[in-house]
Ligand binder design. Structure first.
Ligand SMILES: [Zn+2]
Length: 392
């Protein structure tokens, strides 16, 4: 399968060190980006005319709470993952399957849930979206061999620490070390509890435990103190996660601290939905617009926070428009009626870009989004093999 996207206005790479490519075309072969450049040609390929719009990597939601299938028990909503695809999200990372009704909290039960969720999500792609699930909530009593067993069962994540009985730095630190030893990527919940029954967590616990990711540094929904936000950024090299369903002022505070510390490459963006805040299909785009318009950060860097930065933390082959990467691509433009003329300018102005096409592994997953405002210009399949058929 060969696809050529031509007439791209701006190629935003998702690589924070080289965020814009000198290119107007992307050539995709067998689901991967085979070339990026100017005036590329490809005989026999499906041709997509981007109509001068902007290419982003498919967005990565670093913090979601799926359970099984495209249904959330938290808000009794069907097809929320497919709905998020209409907000440009092509990869979703579970921060814990906490909303499973009757979720087991004993060691055997939590291991079983993590393994089943990891295997289920490895075998299922709602609407083509790549969901990484199987993120156990740590409970007291877990031992090193439990992490080995989960890893052997396909578990690659640890759900946000603090939602279970493991809450302090001292309790978490040995478990984080075991999880890392077995190849898992670890997130620690920070700030006030999202729901009755869990506890507030501040900087000391996170700095002691040394997870990979400071979960929702701007709260999910209530953040740590401003001083503690500064400490976790300045006194560590952990990834700093900003979420939609958190505190908007604290998000800007964290962003300013990260910028001053030269740490924008560590900032990643999540939704933290489904949650009490709701199911928010445009949560990642809304956070990007918030940070780009009020945070005084170039929008192409904010795109990297929602793509390449997250891919680096989780060692994923998505999130960057570069040769060899999976061809997960969103074609976006300023929305109709915006004062801006391009997707990046729209973000700078605080507007949500309109999504007119999303490709996953080089296949067209959706055309015009039903959730974003309409893109001013819309990409179109104009020739060759016709719309690429989904291969999943
Ligand atoms: Zn949380």
């Amino acid at each position: 399968m060969r696809t050529l996207i031509s007439n791209i206005g701006v190629v935003v790479t998702g690589d924070i060190d080289a965020p814009i490519a000198d290119a107007d075309s992307i050539f995709v072969e067998d689901g991967r980006i085979a070339a990026i450049g100017r005036g590329l040609q490809a005989d026999g390929a499906t041709i997509i005319d981007a109509k001068g719009t902007t290419a982003f990597p498919g967005l990565i939601d670093s913090h979601a709470h799926p359970v099984f299938g495209d249904f959330t028990p938290r808000q009794q909503t069907m097809n929320f993952i497919e709905s998020g695809l209409h907000g440009g999200v092509t990869t979703v990372i579970s921060a814990g399957e906490v909303h499973l009704p009757g979720r087991p909290k004993d060691v055997v039960g939590l291991k079983a849930l993590a393994i089943v969720a990891a295997k289920s999500w490895a075998a299922l792609r709602p609407a083509g979206v790549k969901v990484h699930g199987g993120a156990p909530i740590l409970e007291l009593g877990l031992e090193e061999h439990d992490f080995a067993e989960m890893a052997a069962g396909g578990v690659r994540l640890v759900g946000e620490i603090g939602l279970g009985s493991v809450k302090t730095g001292a309790q978490a630190a040995p478990m984080v070390a075991w999880a890392k030893q077995h190849g898992m990527t670890v997130t620690f919940h920070t700030g006030g509890p999202s729901i009755a029954g869990s506890n507030p967590i501040a900087a000391d616990a996170v700095l002691e435990a040394q997870p990979h990711i400071v979960g929702h540094v701007n709260g999910g929904t209530t953040p740590m103190s401003d001083a503690d936000i500064a400490r976790v950024i300045e006194q560590s090299d952990m990834a700093i996660e900003i979420v939609h369903c958190g505190n908007g002022r604290a998000a800007l505070h964290a962003l300013a601290i990260a910028a001053a510390a030269g740490a924008l490459g560590r900032v990643i963006i999540g939704n933290d939905a489904p949650s009490g805040t709701g199911v928010v299909p445009l949560g990642i785009l809304r956070t990007m617009a918030h940070l780009a318009s009020l945070g005084d950060i170039a929008p192409e860097l904010v795109v990297a926070m929602a793509t390449g930065n997250t891919a680096r933390v989780h060692k994923l082959d998505v999130g960057v428009l570069a040769v060899g990467r999976a061809a997960d691509i969103a074609l976006v433009d300023a929305p109709v009626g915006s004062s801006a003329a391009s997707a990046l300018d729209a973000l700078r102005a605080g507007d949500l870009p309109g999504v007119s096409m999303v490709l996953i592994d080089g296949a067209v997953a959706i055309g015009r989004s039903r959730n974003t405002p309409p893109a001013g210009r819309a990409a179109e399949v104009v020739g060759g093999g016709g719309p690429a058929a989904g291969g999943h």
